[in-house]
Design a protein around this ligand. Structure first.
Ligand SMILES: [Zn+2]
Length: 254
């Protein structure tokens, strides 16, 4: 079974202290990061991984280099309103706020991630609200009512060769996506690591919900991927710079 995986940059570059990407290190260094969604193609309808953010929130946050996920998908000749499958790796705003742009998709999210953000009062406290957009709850509740929301418990193959893997730590119920490709099993790890370097040096980035769980998730994903080159992070600018560009800001990772 063979799939291709594409990274679609929808915003950036953002500049911050290195300590943002390497927890408690590199305070004096300046690093850049991009925001992405990903597309998996194969012998079935394309699968979009993460939803980016809506134009409304992008305006509120004056997001640098923002292009609507709808427009980036159009560069791959895909229409957001025709996408049938969206996997949300976790519900931080930069990954989930744009879910309203995919009105006809079945949306896959870990049950514990969904319950945390929609039901746990801790999620209303400032550090969590800082990384969340309330519109996400609004839209996901609508999808739950219409039967379009699939709540996943742990590891689950959702289409042949595409498996959601529970990998908590950065958030309560973050899920990575394992994809069977010609090169072996590739994993879209999303923010289980912000950069390739986090995996290599066994070091987390910021926004830690559970550090013990995070370290276990590293072990799990390293074991599962075909090679470390096939374990992709959430925000590394290398995903745009080091891979063939097939359309503006769209690169083929595998
Ligand atoms: Zn992120």
């Amino acid at each position: 079974m063979t799939h291709h995986i594409y990274a679609l940059k929808y915003a950036g570059p953002f500049t911050s202290s290195g300590a943002f990407l390497m927890w408690l290190k590199d305070w004096d260094k300046t690093v850049m990061r991009h925001y992405y969604i990903w597309v998996i193609t194969g012998d079935h309808d394309p699968v979009v991984v993460d939803a980016g953010i809506s134009p409304k929130l992008a305006r509120e946050k004056s997001l640098i280099g923002y292009v609507s996920p709808v427009e980036v998908l159009r560069r791959m000749d895909m229409k957001a309103n025709e996408i049938r499958h969206v996997i949300l790796t976790h519900l931080h705003w930069d990954h989930a706020d744009g879910i309203s742009l995919f009105p006809n998709a079945t949306v896959y999210v870990q049950e514990r991630e969904y319950r945390f953000w929609t039901e746990d009062p801790i999620a209303l406290r400032p550090p969590f609200q800082h990384v969340y957009s309330q519109d996400t709850t609004l839209h996901l509740k609508k999808l739950e009512a219409s039967g379009q929301l699939r709540l996943i418990k742990g590891d689950k193959e959702i289409l042949p060769g595409i498996t959601c893997l529970l990998a908590p730590g950065h958030s309560v119920g973050l899920q990575a996506v394992a994809v069977e490709t010609e090169k072996g099993t590739a994993i879209l790890g999303s923010d289980c690591a912000h950069t390739f370097r986090n995996y290599k040096e066994d070091w987390p980035s910021t926004l830690i919900t559970d550090l013990v769980a995070w370290m276990k998730s590293y072990e799990k994903l390293r074991k599962r991927c075909g090679s470390m080159d096939l374990l992709f992070p959430g925000h590394d600018i290398k995903m745009r710079e080091n891979y063939p560009e097939i359309a503006e800001d769209v690169t083929r990772l595998v």
